[in-house]
Structure formats: structure tokens, C-alpha cells
Design a protein around this ligand. Sequence first.
Ligand code: ZN
Length: 311
Amino acid sequence: MMTRTEVSGTEELLLGRNPRAAAAYAAAAEAGRAAIIALYERYDEATDDTTLERVDTELESIIARTLAEYGRTASGLFSAEDLALWTAKISLVSGSYVARAAAIGIPGALLLLDSMEDAELDADGDGAFVSLDDTLTNGAEYCQCGYASTRAVPAELCFLCSEAVLGEWKAEERRLLARAPGADADLAVVLDELLSELANLYLNGVDKATVASTIRKAGNAGIARVNEARASEIALLDRARWDELAGLNGLSGIEAIRAHRKHVVRWGLGSARATSLALRNEPDLEKRMRLIAGARPAPKSNFFGRLFGRR
Ligand SMILES: [Zn+2]
């Protein structure tokens, strides 16, 4: 089945080998982003419905203008083969969001639409992970489990706290590995293999149990082995906070994330990163999926093609 991920990956591939189109894309994305950030700055304090509606209307016109501008500047920059590959793929994905990009008729339109969505989230202050304390304090009113406001550890963390704890655990792991270059390099190999393996599984529509067992195998074989081989280097690190966060993460309200709770302390460093790959929307995982699926050839796109191609 054709997905948005595959179309985005194809656009990245085509832009990657077409510097002139890539420059047109970058210019459009930058202008769109700047306009969106300026819009949100202008209406920073707005809360009333009329003003918020106006923000939506203006946002809509920025998006339309940016897409049209890209369509104009990148028109004629792609070869007939590249255009045919992109058209064959994007025409198989349903939904008004993708249809809007398809209507521009130029590869890169879907990535551009995504980039404006990102700009809107950034401008709206929905930024990157800061720290566990900040996230919990900012999100306390949405917390369902009490941990964010009281720091009393519940039987199971709510979704907000689960995400915050996982983010902090990963950040702590990165801090530790930055001081253990040997382990870091060895783990990068193991985790990169896991990333490709999971990306292929997700692209083929795999079930949760297979994802869990793939992560389990990487933990038991790869991650644990690196931690043993690099034990002397890792022994110099203070793992107390990492262990504490691993324990808290074991109370995650996200089933796929707490699935490995009995194993992670034994596996050691790298577990936080491996665990987070159980989430299909993990950014590096999505990136790898785009890379793999984007390079696939054009599918047979019409009914007769499919009918006779099957004989
Ligand atoms: Zn909570």
C-alpha cells in the first residue's frame, strides 16, 4: 500500500539529486516558515475566537501562497521520469492533505506542506523537549496520574508523564554516552541496524509483538554485548540517574514502552534509545522509513496494469 511516508521519501530522493529544485524548495520553505512565525508573533496574546479565526485564515493564505510560489519556481526543473515516478506514487494516497500537495503537481509539495505544519507547531510554542521538570510543570494541568504536580510515583504514569520520562531517560543516556566514546560508537552500529530492521517491519505493516521481539533481540544480543565489552569505560560513569529513570519508565502508560522493563537494567546503556523505537512516529524511524520506501520504483498505478500484471 502506498503511504504518505513513501511519497515524502521519494520527494527527498528527487530533491537530493536535483540542486536547482532543492534551492527552489529551500527558498519556499524558508519564506513560508518566516511568514508563519511572524503571524504568530503578531497575535501572540490572542485568545478570543474572532482573532483566532483570523489567524487561521491568514495561516491558510500563507500556506496557499507558499505552495503556489514553489509550484511556479520549481516548474520545469524535474525530468519527465522523476515527475512520472512522483505522480504514480502520490496519486495512490488518499486524503485531502496529500491531495493538496498533489494538486501543485511538483515533487516537494508534500514536504513543503509538512514543513509548514512544523513551523506552525514551533511558532505556537510547542517546541522540543526541554527537561523533565519543565515538561511536567508546564503540563501539570493535563496530567491524569498526579505525578506532574506531586512527583508522587503512581502505579502507572499517564501519557503526558510517560512521554516526559522517556524523553528525560533518552537525554540522560545521551549525556552519559557523550563521555563514553567507545561504547557510543559500538552502540551506534547496533542501534542503526535496529533502526533499519524496524523501519522495514513498519513499512510492511507489522504487528506489535514482532516489534517487541525485534527490540528484545537487539537488547539481549547487541546492546548487552556492547555494555559487557565496554564495561571498564561505562564503569567510570555515574549510572544512578539513568537507572532511576529506567525504573520510572517501567511504569509507562504506553504498553510498547514498558514492555522491556524487566530487561533494560541488564542490557544497559542504549536501552532508552532502543525502547523509544517502539513508537512508530519516532523521528529517526520515520526518516529511515522515508529513505527506504522513497527509493522504491513506481507501482503499477492503473486497474488494467494491476489486473494484467498479476497473471
Ligand atoms: Zn501524569
